[in-house]
Design a protein. Structure first.
Lengths: 330, 323
């Protein structure tokens, strides 16, 4: 296998808070090959967004980052700000959750698109404009030429997210990080935006990280999924394996807790009791142990490390993994 | 229409309700002639995308937003005709739970006081009795009254704040609760807890619910019947199971197709949902869904489709319903 495009190595992020240091990301290792899609799934506060900010080097000023983020042969953590700036927006692009706040409200859509294009590509204004129109058409915006002169508030939420995607794609990035790209959108628009991202990814052979709280969003669209809980990756597997034979009790519980369309009304949901641990008070054992059906004394005493399952590429962090043998619990 | 069996009158009967907002010199047609009934003890789910008027409808039921025309009958009385003290008294029987549980609690007040407030407004002067009621509802929603009553909202998570909001809505022993997106702001693992809690509370206190949400699976989990709303009008109403298994309105079918399913074997249907909802300032003539509908023809732009029974108990407002 060729070297991965992105390799996150032992990355930890700590944020100082009045109540003590908050361990937002707790020694995470992940890698991604060119052209592939990785889904990072977890609930709020699990560290998924902080991890993506660590990759982009967009952490809050006071955050303490350790570890390495190797992207295309370079360690982003140690890169000079100037080189980093040239990389971001060109090879490394991002789409945020809220397209209203990620676009500048006082600049026209054309200005914002052309700014990125001219910053990174050697194009004169007419060429940059032509490319902007082409990009807006590619992301499904009708009458793109007229749109260039408009401001973000004149567009719907779905349109704004398409524009944010057009900006992200403008310099043919090698990696696109989409952080909850459809959470602020309605379900019919969500489907359109996810289709658009998948289509552009195939066309451009771009690698993509989709960060989401919704297992449904990654199920049909990611090659591999990493599940995060309390700052750590607790399970990582090819998508099929994760949904069909998860080994981590948290993954099972999370999937079970989602209301399903095929379930009859008034069926009690298998809820996960309790709530995630306080990230300023690290637990000695497994962070899911207080909420886990399978937990034993050992789970409260020691932290399970990510272990390889029999299947290649499937990792889990649990002392009592489920569905380990064929035929059991399947 | 022939009525074969005598059915009890619905607890809530919304009849041809119209709600409009002024926006400069324009008019937002938020709710345009909606009729629906909720039987005592029933949960009616109301789904639709943002801007479809579902929250406005919920508020208009409670008279928090006055209707332009139409009636809201609650237990035989016309709420739209009520004012002042009569309306205030009636509101004790109908309560509301909002989407953002943290924003709906006053950050400077203690939980015990927040939950007791409706009792004070209702004129319960006996402090010991108030305390007893507050303890009862806090315990009912799974909180320890002795631990939480003296604390402030910021000390609680979103899920716990929603429990507190539910406790507050129950303290006056209401008959009817409008739940407006009560779990949308919550994480998956917490969402299931709150949905289960609402079901328990409904059984324990004999409640009738109008459950508003954009998530069809969430709505189905708690609803006996579901109403689907699009751009101010009802598209379809029917028993939950039946409506989801055999949607008759193309919009219901579109919504169902667009939901991402947490199963990698279910391939997402490519671009099922063309276009975006038009503006409620200038809604399309005829059927409001026609601009996005694959089945639309001339008739759909000329004639507003009425709700018609397409299967027992299932009504669709469509000129070309799905078989």
């Amino acid at each position: 296998m060729s070297a991965p495009l992105l390799s996150i190595e032992d990355v930890a992020v700590e944020l100082p808070t009045p109540r003590g240091n908050l361990r937002a990301v707790d020694h995470v290792d992940l890698s991604l090959q060119a052209g592939r899609t990785l889904g990072i799934v977890g609930e709020s506060g699990c560290g998924k967004t902080m991890l993506s900010r660590a990759v982009l080097q967009l952490l809050p000023k006071k955050a303490k980052l350790t570890g390495r983020v190797m992207f295309d042969g370079e360690d982003l953590v140690r890169l000079e700000p100037e080189s980093l700036r040239r990389l971001r927006g060109r090879d490394l692009a991002v789409v945020f959750q809220d397209p209203m706040t990620s676009l500048n409200p006082v600049l026209t859509i054309g200005t914002q698109l052309m700014e990125t294009i001219q910053e990174h590509l050697e194009l004169d204004a007419p060429a940059a404009k032509a490319r902007s129109i082409e990009l807006l058409a590619a992301v499904g915006i009708p009458a793109p030429e007229q749109r260039l002169a408009q401001y973000p508030h004149q567009c719907s939420g779905g349109m704004r997210q398409r524009i944010a995607i057009a900006i992200a794609l403008s310099c043919e990035p090698k990696l696109l990080i989409a952080d909850e790209p459809t959470t602020a959108l309605d379900v019919t628009i969500q489907a359109q935006i996810l289709d658009l991202l998948a289509r552009e990814q195939r066309r451009r052979h771009m690698a993509m990280i989709i960060i989401t709280h919704d297992l449904g969003v990654v199920a049909g669209r990611a090659d591999e999924v990493a599940v995060m809980y309390a700052g750590r990756v607790v399970e990582r597997a090819p998508t099929q394996a994760l949904f069909k034979r998860m080994h981590m009790p948290y993954t099972e519980a999370l999937l079970a807790a989602i209301p399903k369309l095929e379930t009859a009304p008034h069926t009690p949901l298998p809820a996960i009791s309790g709530r995630p641990p306080d990230p300023t008070r690290p637990l000695k054992g497994c962070s899911f142990a207080p909420r886990c059906h399978y937990a034993t004394g050992r789970c409260h005493e020691a932290k399970p490390v990510l272990t390889s399952a029999e299947m290649r590429g499937h990792l889990y962090a649990c002392f009592h993994p489920i569905r380990m043998t064929e035929g059991i619990g399947a | 229409m022939m009525q074969l069996a005598v059915r009890p009158a619905p607890l809530l009967n919304v009849d041809n309700l119209v709600v409009e907002y002024g926006l400069g010199n324009k008019t937002v047609h938020a709710v345009s002639g909606v009729s629906l009934q909720v039987a005592r003890g029933e949960t009616l789910g109301l789904v639709g995308e943002s801007g479809c008027g579902k929250s406005t409808l919920g508020r208009a039921v409670l008279q928090l937003r006055r209707a332009k025309s139409g009636r809201v009958m609650f237990d035989g009385e016309d709420l739209t005709a009520m004012e002042g003290e009569a309306l205030r008294r009636m509101r004790r029987r109908v309560q509301l739970i909002f989407q953002d549980p943290i924003a709906s609690l006053n950050p400077r007040r203690r939980i015990g006081d927040i939950v007791a407030e409706p009792l004070i407004i209702a004129g319960l002067k006996d402090a010991a009795e108030r305390k007893r009621r507050v303890h009862e509802v806090l315990s009912a929603v799974g909180l320890d009254p002795d631990l939480v009553a003296n604390r402030l909202p910021h000390e609680f998570s979103g899920g716990q704040c929603q429990r507190i909001c539910i406790a507050r809505s129950l303290v006056l022993n209401p008959e009817f609760i409008v739940c407006d997106e009560p779990v949308s702001a919550l994480d998956v693992s917490i969402r299931a807890q709150i949905l289960n809690l609402l079901e328990e509370m409904k059984a324990r206190f004999g409640l009738t619910l109008l459950f508003i949400a954009h998530d069809l699976a969430v709505v189905k989990a708690v609803s006996d019947r579901v109403a689907v709303m699009y751009l101010g009008r009802l598209c379809e109403v029917g028993p939950s199971e039946q409506l989801f298994a055999r949607p008759a309105h193309p919009y219901t079918a579109l919504l169902l197709q667009a939901i991402p399913v947490p199963d990698p074997d279910v391939r997402p249907a490519e671009s099922v949902a063309a276009g975006e909802p038009p503006s409620p300032i200038a809604p399309p003539s005829g059927c409001r869904f026609r601009t996005r509908c694959p089945r639309a023809d001339q008739r759909c732009s000329a004639e507003i489709p009425e709700l018609r029974e397409v299967a027992p108990g299932q009504f669709a407002a469509c000129h070309h319903p799905l078989a």
